[in-house]
Structures are given as C-alpha cells and as structure tokens.
Design a protein around this ligand. Structure first.
Ligand SMILES: [Zn+2]
Length: 329
C-alpha cells in the first residue's frame, strides 16, 4: 500500500513538472499572436476573415504529450478539510490568478468554470463552500498532502495538465479512404469548399450520434426539423473546421505574415481529421480573445458538450471552447 502510494506520488510529481512545460511551450492561436503585436488591431482583417472559409484553419491547437490516465475524480468527503479562507481565496483567484499558457499571460479561471465543475464532480451552481470541498477532494486525489480547497496556481496548472494529457496526442495523417466529405449544410459556413469539408469517418459517425442526442434534448432549445434532424438554420453544433491537410496549413503559413512567430502550428490535431471545431456561440466562432471565450463557455451548447461529449468519444481542448477531439470510447 505504502509502495503504491509512493509510486503514485512520483507519477504526480512528474505530471506537475510536465504541466509547466506543456503550458509554457504550447503555441498560441493566430488571433492571440495578432492581438499581442504592437500596431496590429485586436480585431483587424485577419480576425474579420475568420468568419470566412479559410480562417478557422488558422486556429491551431498545441500538440500535446501522449495521453496518460486521468487522475481519480474524488475521494471521500469526510477525508478533507478546507483552509479557513478557501471560499474567499477562490472568489479572488477566479478572476485574478496569474498564469501562463502558450507563452502568454493569462488571468483567472472564470472562463473554464463549466469544465472545472465537471472535473470536480460538482454542479456549477454549487455553493462556494461545496466548491472548496470539491477542490480539496481533487487535491487529495491528486496526491496533495494537505489539501486547502483553494484553486491556486499549483492546483490549477495540474488541472490544466490533466485535461491536456487526455487529448488526442497525434497529428498523423489519415488515408484518403478514411476521410468522408460532409455536406455543406452541416458546416457553419455553408459556402465552405468541398476539400475543406472532410472528416475522419469514425469521427463523423460519432459526431452524428452526438448531434442526434443534442437535437433531442429540449433543454438546448435548438431548431429541429419534424424528422428530428437539426434544422438547416440552426448554427449551434455546426462544424466550423475539421480535417486540414499539412499542405493546406503550409499554404496558410506562407500567406500569413505572422506565421514566422509560430502563430500557425506545424503540427495540429486537425491533420488527423479527428478534431472538430464546432460552433458554440461567441462573437467569433474561433477567436481566443478572453471575452469571446467567456461568452462561449456560458452558452447552453458548450455546457451541454462539457457534460455529454465524452460519452460520444469527444474530449475538449480546454483553451478553445469550440475544439473537440475524437478519441473514441
Ligand atoms: Zn480546432
């Protein structure tokens, strides 16, 4: 028992070390690069173009280490006590915690609250005392000797690493016969050309199953046809971007003056055809600006995905609410 505990601690310590590496080495979205360059307007031509067929291709996600098992979700409630000021601290850190991801300074974790609640196994509406206890249980399960119930920097970075470690972890190209071309009506932009509407076959089948479930859920209030299919006029859950070839990404890199700053990933999960960017709201479907992502993670569509996507084999990329990867069940 002691030995297995020690082994677990070693694994967790390595994970903690990895978290810093992964979080600081990951590549930012092109939108973020543009936003941080002096003289480049936050919403300039490149952002405006992101509503067209090409630009979603320019929202690369960092390539991540090979998946490792998730941490246990919870330990018995009686096992934890929280710091006396845990509620107060969480209230403060939610909007103010300083951390770094993709080489960029980040602030707070309020954008990620649906995913955090899901990970902790509590409702988002849980009272702050219950939230703090859930944090403490998660800390304990993650090997922290003295849980505090405070979602502080160390706990947060470990949570990020846990999410990152469960991603696809591949950028392998599918064979041509593993790709299917999806009809334009299933895309957020119905004008998207056929060669940019390809999806890996099993991913598409899983997506269709998930869509059927979403359409049948009245709590989402989606526009649904009498036959149960999503109505063409409904934008939520439509595909913004799916398979992107290396050649296509390379063309975008050459065309984009900021590509030299690694704004476009050389390796992307979209190369596999198993990554789907889905419309989850926001003023831009694929902008990583904080206010856009905060709008997105508050939509019913996003929150539904957080609760249900995994049962269809899809896992989130926490930083981009629209990006989901099919890892299977
Ligand atoms: Zn994506």
């Amino acid at each position: 028992m002691l030995r297995s505990k020690q082994a677990l601690f070693v694994v967790l310590a390595s994970l903690a070390a990895l978290s810093v590496t992964a979080a600081t080495l990951s590549l930012p979205d092109r939108g973020e690069v543009a936003a941080t360059q002096p003289g480049v307007p936050a919403v300039g031509p490149s952002e405006a173009a992101s509503v067209g067929p090409e630009a979603p291709a320019a929202s690369p996600e960092p390539l991540v280490p090979a998946p490792t098992p998730a941490l246990p979700r919870a330990v018995a409630e009686t096992d934890v006590v929280v710091a006396p000021n845990a509620v107060q601290q969480n209230e403060d850190l939610r909007g103010r915690l300083d951390w770094v991801f993709g080489g960029k300074q980040q602030r707070g974790w309020s954008i990620y609250q649906p995913l955090i609640a899901r990970t902790l196994g509590v409702e988002e509406t849980a009272p702050p005392e219950e939230f703090a206890r859930a944090v403490a249980r998660w800390q304990k399960a993650a090997g922290q000797q003295q849980p505090t119930g405070v979602l502080d920097s160390a706990t947060w970075m470990r949570m990020v690493q846990t999410w990152q470690s469960r991603r696809l972890g591949s950028s392998a190209t599918p064979r041509a016969d593993e790709l299917v071309t999806v009809s334009a009506s299933e895309f957020w932009d119905p004008g998207r050309p056929a060669d940019l509407r390809q999806v890996e076959r099993t991913t598409y089948e899983a997506y269709r199953r998930m869509l059927t479930a979403a359409a049948a859920d009245p709590s989402l209030g989606l526009r649904v046809r009498p036959d149960g299919e999503l109505d063409e006029s409904e934008k939520f859950f439509k595909i913004v971007s799916a398979y992107r070839s290396r050649e296509h990404q390379e063309r975008l890199r050459r065309a984009d003056p900021s590509s030299g700053r690694a704004g476009l990933a050389r390796n992307s999960p979209h190369f596999t055809g198993r990554a789907l960017d889905l419309y989850v709201g926001g003023y831009d479907p694929v902008s990583t600006k904080d206010d856009n992502r905060l709008l997105q993670t508050q939509t019913r569509a996003y929150r539904w995905l957080v609760r249900h996507a995994e049962s269809f084999g899809f896992r989130p990329y926490y930083y981009e609410p629209w990006h989901w990867e099919y890892v299977g069940r």
